[in-house]
Design a protein around this ligand. Structure first.
Ligand SMILES: [Zn+2]
Length: 108
């Protein structure tokens, strides 16, 4: 019985993850016409992530500001610099920085 339950939860998490990815795709599409709509998609994605306890995929985490949760588009509302193997995002909405470590390249 317990096994069935966890299986169901697994399915739900999988669905939530797909929905999160879909929301970010929608946010990307909407940005040019309606940036505030993109922000709403980010909010929805975050809510899903919290509700189902699924982490937002790493590649999508840098698509929104972790301080003000606005959808970020490089060159539009954020600036990107790379420094010492780190990527620094500067959010133009709230004027805060986010840092990401670049994945290290494997030595041949
Ligand atoms: Zn921000």
């Amino acid at each position: 019985m317990k096994k069935i339950h966890s299986q169901k939860q697994k399915e739900m998490k999988k669905t939530a993850k797909e929905r999160i990815k879909h929301l970010f795709r929608q946010a990307e599409k909407a940005f040019n016409k309606n940036p505030s709509l993109s922000n709403r998609y980010v909010t929805l994605a975050r809510k899903l992530s919290m509700k189902y306890k699924v982490p937002i995929p790493r590649e999508l985490k840098r698509k929104f500001c972790k301080h003000c949760y606005k959808y970020l588009v490089p060159g539009k509302n954020c600036r990107i610099r790379t420094k010492d193997g780190k990527v620094v995002y500067y959010c133009l909405n709230c004027k805060k920085f986010m840092r990401f470590v670049l994945p290290r390249k494997k030595q041949p």
